[in-house]
Design a protein around this ligand. Sequence first.
Ligand code: 4AD
Ligand code: MG
Length: 488
Amino acid sequence: MGRKKKIIDENNIIKKKKGTDRITDKVAYKRASKRSFQNKISKEKIQTINTNIQEADMKTVLVKDLNKYLGEEIILKGWVKNIRFSGRLIFIIFRDGTGEVQCVAFKPDLGDEKFILAKALTLESSLIIKGVTQKHEKKEDEFEINVTDIQIIQLAHNYPIAKKDHGPEFLLEYRHLWLRSSKQNALMKIRHTCYFAICEFLNENGFYRFDSPILTPNACEGSTTLFEVPYFDEGTAYLSQSGQLYLEAGIMSLGRVYDFGPVFRAEKSKTRKHLTEFWMMDAEAAFVEYEENLQIQEGLVRYIIQTVLNKNIKELEILERNIEQLKKADAPFKRMNYVDAVNYLKTRGSKIANKSDFGANDEVMLTEHLSVPIFIEKWPKEIKAFYMKRDPNNENFVLGADLLAPEGYGEIIGGSQREDDYALLIERMNEEKMDLESLQWFTDLRKYGSVPHSGFGIGLERLVAWISGTAHIRETIPFPRMIYRIYP
Ligand code: 4AD
Ligand code: MG
């Protein structure tokens, strides 16, 4: 890493000089390879002793279900997470995606030849293990496998990720392998839970899934962060920043709708909260006004917390999340008007100007001491999107709220009541110098049976970062896309 020129920005994110990553990482790869090299035997020898395990009358079991098979001989299929040799004993930490279990290969039980085979195992080799499930010798509630047979599926090359700490750039370069580590595995499981909890809550509350397009003719969230795509004879298309505008068409047919998919922001932000591609769930509902919109959001977020606490305690422990703190978030959320938030920030020394968005530090100051999320309400119209309805009590503000996660994790939801009056909407779009033609379909919605309506969008990665207690959102998505990273 020493050869690399580092530029550290205000958020402590290291920006690398373009093009040098791959070269330095190759050197690191070679070093790591040397470290993990061990117990080589010839390919021919392996071929002759690597006989197939007879599976005919035996069940393949998942590690998470081992408690149902105490005392039984079973088959496991997976990978070597770790291995330790000690005379006539080999300890394999085996993983299959659902969990990890120690498998003990004792030479007299396994036989001489298969013991040689076990000795050849390298980190991340794939294999089938036959063995008897037993209670772990030392750990209560854990199991261990007494290995009776073994079959290597593929003997892994020298694994580049060693046990010692690697820097984030190295790990991101090997993201395709890093995903196998316990913490990354736990994060993906929590992401999975959040995804399905969101869908469950919405399905239970009368929202229909309504998939919005990714290729669009217009901006949704301002034209400065659009990815352009050449689109045949039609000119330029843009990758969607949010499906919201399309959902507003959907509600006029279905009442309540949601979408859930990747969205794109060509933002030049190098913070721990910004990705260029992330997953958003947008929800939209007809005849729902400002207040009810906040209630739906609060209900949703509390349901997600409850579901993760029900299903992922083990994963939260692996991630060393403060679980008691997370439990406290399942309580009524706080609220504060934007103007009061700015005044509070100023008393704490923030340099925030009036009518400007919060900086990362402002968000931290507003929420670090909180245990529940907080809605920041009624923003100045100048800094919010054109579609937000103005506050009837003060035309300079909009009926929009951002939901900030507690403990300094920042904004997780943006939402508002929408402008449903045709003339007022056109007025706002003209103020913003927007292209009315490409959005005619959208303004049409205010001409044919317009109704009061509201909606919101939740960023899945920011939600997972908060719930799992992960500092940088790059670890909460399988393959993060950031301004300086498109590989792998
Ligand atoms: O606040 P945003 O920009 O709101 C919208 O796009 C609305 N159209 C949503 C709606 O009303 N249907 O984005 C919503 C959420 C943010 O609160 C944040 O969680 C996440 O999307 N988000 C990002 N996540 C990761 N990287 C980025 N660059 C993000 N930008 C927004
Ligand atoms: Mg926002």
